[in-house]
Ligand binder design. Sequence first.
Ligand code: ZN
Length: 599
Amino acid sequence: MSVSVLYRLRPLAVAAHVFDVTLTVSQPAKKGQVFRLPVWIPGSYMIREFARHIVTIKAQAGGKPVALCKLDKQSWQADPVEGPLVLNYQVYAYDLSVRGAYLDQQRGFFNGTSVFLSVDGYEQSPCDVVIERPRGKDFHDWRLATSLTSRDDAKDLEAQHGFGRYRAQSYDELIDHPVEMGRFEQVEFKACGVPHRFVVSGRFNADLKRLARDVKRICEWHIKLFGQPAPFDRYVFMLFVGAEIYGGLEHRSSTALMAERADLPARDVEGISDGYLRLLGLISHEYFHSWNVKRIKPAAFVPYDLTQENYTRLLWAFEGVTSYYDDLALLRCGLIDAPRYLGLLAQTFSMVERANGRNKQTLEDSSFDAWIKYYRQDENSPNSQVSYYTKGALVALALDLLIRRQSHQSASLDDVMRALWTRWRQTQNGVAEDEWEHLAGEVTGLNLQPFFESALRSTEVLPLVELLASQGIKLEFTAAQNGADRGGFYADAQPVSIALGFGAKGASDALGVKLVHVHDGGAAQTAGLSAGDVVVALDGLRVSQPDQLSACLCAGRNVAVHAFRRDELMTFDLTPAPASADTCRLSPLGGAPGAWPMV
Ligand code: ZN
């Protein structure tokens, strides 16, 4: 059976970072076929206007040129024609992130949202895509990885190293299977019987067998949490490693990740480094999304409107709950122990505590405004925003502990997640804006409304001191000297506490210490300092490290702060203020520990 829509994609010029795409529509619309490219990619809530990377575009039918008219920033309309219409366009691809498209001599990567124009009226029709390897002898050993369904038989696919013909049942499916190509390494494993492929590109030297072993444990834990079978018949992890990069984007049967190469597990080393732990947490996070947001999703995303912002107040339930389970899964599947997990949780507490925006923005508002705030952060963001990831994770924790306590340990957040999953399997409907809360109350038989009202629609403090105490864990905040890092620790670790604070977060700069954020009402702001100022000296003595800002303060004595704003040297008179107690410490309360977080 032939299809009405066929894409042929080829890396045209690797050094110029250009993909060439030919799109053939066998029966174009009679009044003139319209094509459009998404302005955003699901999972990353920001208008990105991918059409700006289309360099050239032309159309023809029967060998004759057909006029194309630009309708708006992302849409084109071809003149009416009889018979097949062929569109040819080139896409500039040099975005290293997981959200766009990339091509150079080493590798290629793309999301369908960057390279495949949708064909108006055919969004629900099957389409084929032929993906070619770059031409030339330099690329004979390139391979291709994707979770798209192949139309070639397995032997041909193997002989072509994955290059060939694929099919998607709709445009929505087409753009939800990113593609990686190049000279990657890979490991394969089965989780609950489902084939998983882990592809790593970039330069590295690591123990991929160990990685496969650890990731398999995580995957099996998630699959069993929601109940077998897994919602996909295969899964592909695509990880690119480099320097100073981190991030991931979820898809229905795959995920694109980027991380530091040093975060991969080293050969012949046991134990889990902090970097490897961060990578495992990222993997766990994106995999959990296979259920929570790729299938269970806000009604506002059904279907996605890829031409504009899609507003929902529910991102806390999709990103926050996922952030709660990502690290928790590492404990529950046996990769880390409870003290290590509680150390990670303490870091989340500190991150929320260190942003005064938590007193100004509610979690629902943070979700709604993700498009203009969370995804477009600036120097003032900690003073004005709360993250639906980190505070969302704490709300999930509080909800879990509240359900456990009120149900006398007979129910937990796991039951709510399983109920959401059952509901999706039965109806495939999106979750209406008020439905998540209703369902949580219904499943547990508890009145959770006062909690949701306070946690989601106010900026009140979450009742976590008492809820953690009910599990035998003490939550407190101290003023710790390691104020520049993520902070947070469990039990025995004793940071150096400080009495006075500078009231700003700094980063080393060629000249001194650049202020990244200046906290509301802190000593630095009161003295007149601003984010962007580069502090070069305190009382005439040079500073070069962020920790030096607080270290030289003593009570009852002002400090002269010498700083550059733009190219002007200024002096500020700073009165030291008490350091804010914003570093979380979790510790055992004594007595019998609760069942959480182990089960
Ligand atoms: Zn996420």
